[in-house]
Structures are given as C-alpha cells and as structure tokens.
Design a protein around this ligand. Structure first.
Ligand code: NDP
Ligand code: 8X3
Length: 249
C-alpha cells in the first residue's frame, strides 16, 4: 500500500523539493502552502500518485485544524509529517528590528508548527516519522537573528521533547538543522531585495533544496530501530567565525 507524507510549505524551497522527492518515490502527498497556483503546479507534475492540497496559512489555527480534521479518508493514515513552513523576516539588530516581524516569525515558526503537529498527530501511524526543519540559527547566534534563531531553538527543543511524549508509539522525530541554503528564504527575509538576497550566495557554496530533500528521504528510510535526534548540515564552505572580543578604550 502506498505511503502518505504531509509537507508544510510545499510551494517553494525545501518543502517543494521534499514533495518532489517523495512523490517521485511513490508516496501520496498532502501539500500545504498559501500559494494555490504553486500547489497546483506541483500537483500537475504527477500522474501516478494521490495528492491532496491544503491552501492555508499555518498561523490560522481554525483553518489548520479544520483542514486536517476533514482530510479525505484516503489521506487519514499519515506516515510522515514534515514541519517545514517557516521564515525569517529582517536581519536588523534586536533594537532596530520590527516588532511585527518578530510576531510573524513566532506565529509561523513556533505556533504554526504546534498547530500542525497537534492537529496531525491523531492521524500519524504508529511507527511513523516527524521531520521538523530547524536551523543552524537555533544552535549558533549571529547578529540580527535574535527572534528567528530563538524560534529555531524552540523547534530543536520541541523535537526532543516530542520524542519523550511519543514513547510507545514508535513515532520517530528528527530535527533537521540546515545552514546556508539557496531558496526563496533570503528574498523573503530581505523583503524582496533580490540584490541583497543574491549577495549572500555570491562566491561561496550553499546547500540546495534537493540536498535537504535527499537527507529527509534517507533519514525516513532508516530502520525503525534508529532515531536520528538532530542533524546539523552546512555547506562545506560555511564554518564559524569564532568569538568576538570587544576592544575597550
Ligand atoms: P522558502 O521561502 O523557499 O519556502 C518557505 C515555505 O514556507 C514556502 O512554501 C511558503 O509557502 C511556506 N510558508 C511560509 N509562511 C507560511 C505560512 N504562514 N503558512 C503556510 N506556509 C507558509 O524557504 P526555505 O525552503 O528555505 O525554508 C523552509 C524552512 O527551512 C523554513 O522553516 C526556514 O526557516 C528553514 N531554513 C531555511 C534555510 C535557508 O537558508 N534557506 C536554512 C535553515 C532552515 P507560501 O508562501 O506559499 O505560504
Ligand atoms: C537559515 C539559515 O544562517 O540564514 O535558517 O539563519 S541562517
């Protein structure tokens, strides 16, 4: 019998690549995002699998619970949930950053993941798998990442705690923590400033969305007796710049 994977944020970047990877491997897909045309374009790529679209905002608690509780019966046995929808907005220091941006990140990256997970868990099979998309920003601090980084630190700790609460279900939970990746992420972060977004990726390597899709797929295929708790992955050219020691007068 075909397996089913539910991916949030499937209209772009990692989510789209993850949907494509699992779809190409015969999984039925539940794909969620706000851009209906993109959900439809992705659906049009496939002929031999079943696809259910959820055009919704993960911040909309009522819409999320309604869509998931009313999944068609054939999509109600879920093998894998990928909590991927998320974003960073701005990279100003905390003092200058916009409070509304903070709230959007908290509502999407934290509350959205809670809503989707809470609504979906009753439909996840025993022995299923939850992949949360965290970030290196949840482990390492950098300037301008105060709330984004903290939202991803939440995802790391949420993933570990969820594992505890899921004892006895055989459901595995992995927090996947990518570093620099080229997707629409920076265009969103810098609010459409393509030049600034592109400059991040100039003269360096970056992870591709298909790399993350491959990692999620490989982890999902590991034997049932193995749970990868966290996996942090960077481009080979990305490393750390060390501590900063302020010079005093
Ligand atoms: P993209 O901007 O390419 O994709 C983001 C996806 O999230 C889109 O499909 C978007 O869909 C969806 N999304 C955003 N907000 C909402 C919302 N409120 N409701 C529903 N869907 C939403 O970025 P990435 O693929 O790079 O990002 C995916 C995840 O990976 C995010 O959680 C991000 O924080 C994380 N990440 C990204 C890294 C990078 O460098 N790119 C590195 C580490 C982690 P739509 O707009 O159609 O709703
Ligand atoms: C995205 C990676 O380094 O831009 O989560 O925060 S980073």
């Amino acid at each position: 019998m075909s397996k089913t994977i539910f991916i949030t944020g499937a209209t772009s970047g990692f989510g789209e690549a993850i949907a494509r990877k699992f779809g190409q491997n015969g999984y039925n897909l539940i794909i969620l995002g706000r851009r209906k045309d993109r959900l439809q374009n992705l659906t049009n790529e496939f002929k031999d699998i079943k696809i259910h679209q959820i055009c919704a905002d993960v911040r909309d608690k009522e819409a999320i619970f309604d869509a998931i509780e009313n999944l068609p019966d054939e999509f109600k046995n879920i093998d894998i949930l990928v909590n991927n929808a998320g974003l960073a907005l701005g990279q100003d220091k905390f003092m200058q950053a916009n409070l509304d941006d903070f709230e959007v990140m908290i509502d999407t990256n934290i509350k959205g993941v809670i809503y989707v997970t809470k609504a979906t868990l009753p439909y996840i099979k025993k022995g299923g798998f939850i992949a949360n998309i965290g970030s290196v920003a949840g482990n390492w601090s950098y300037e301008g990442s105060s709330v984004y980084g903290s939202s991803k630190a939440f995802i790391r700790q949420f993933s570990l705690n969820l594992r505890n609460d899921l004892k006895g279900t055989g459901i595995r939970v992995t927090n996947i923590e990518p570093g620099l990746c080229k997707t629409e992420f920076s265009i969103i972060r810098f609010k459409g400033d393509i030049k600034k977004a592109n400059s991040i990726y100039e003269n360096t390597q970056f992870i591709k969305a298909s790399d993350i899709a491959r990692i999620v797929f490989e982890i999902s295929q590991l034997p049932q007796n193995l749970n990868i708790n966290t996996i942090e992955v960077m481009a080979t050219t990305q490393s750390w710049a060390g501590f900063y020691n302020e010079k005093l007068d």
